[in-house]
Design a protein around this ligand. Sequence first.
Ligand code: SF4
Ligand code: MG
Length: 313
Amino acid sequence: KGLKKYFPITGGLLRKTVGYVKAVDGVDLFIKRAETLGLVGESGCGKSTLGRAILRLIDATEGEITYNGQNILELTKEEMRELRKKMQIIFQDPYASLNPRMTVGDIVGEPMDIFGLAKGREKEERILELLNIVGLDVQHIRRYPHEFSGGQRQRIGIARALAVNPEIIICDEPVSALDVSVRSQVLNLMQELQQKFQLTYLFISHDLSVVKHISDRVCVMYLGKIVEVSEKNELYSNPLHPYTKALLSAIPIPDPEAKRERIILEGDVPTPINPPTGCRFHTRCQYAMPVCSQQEPILKDIGNEHFVACHLY
Ligand code: SF4
Ligand code: MG
């Protein structure tokens, strides 16, 4: 609720703060248990920052994050440590996030050491079980990350995240670095695991077709703000925000006969240091009205949990 993350910019000899990158600038959002909430937007819109702030991997500047009724920004270090087990993250580049000097077994077992969950024989059995769950050959336990393909490495990353029996996983572009041919395999695996363990996902991606595949609801972000949130099919068939419409119009449609107007977004994404006044999208919006540069539209529920922040509605 009202979540903000500002990164200070320093300048001059004294390294004084001369401004802020307003990466996340007043976000209101809810995620339902065992659902997948897709979070989409162009690179630099604040998606990853939001994901990390939710897990407290970075400290929010302002706002509230409530998990099961508890404001986690008020938790002590000890309490936060307990909660960490329930919240995991999977990264875009499985190679960069796996220690190259550790074997697969050690990588998957490490979270169990950190949280004191299992040791010795029990831990070994659990590692084998996890490798099995993510579809990796248990023979691989003593191998190193570089011996695996991208898809296999992401499976290792997923096994590591599952090692602590999490409830929610922030998935930050988990298939973006993978070949198209293995993407759907990894997505299908993630869906199976969700069913099996009742996992909740916040699925971050710049790719609307990937998000469509996996999400129950989709949330669209632009320059640190949420501009639209809705149930998936509703959002893809009835996008309301002009930015969402433009993003969707850029997805190629398989049927060459189907006609759809391609909306070309003019200009670059403005800087999050000095975002435009009023509606942040007004510099690129073909429907912009005088009010748009003066007054910030608030995120409104226009029915059936379809939220949009635009003066047109
Ligand atoms: Fe466009 Fe105005 Fe709506 Fe912003 S508020 S998206 S500028 S019509
Ligand atoms: Mg990112």
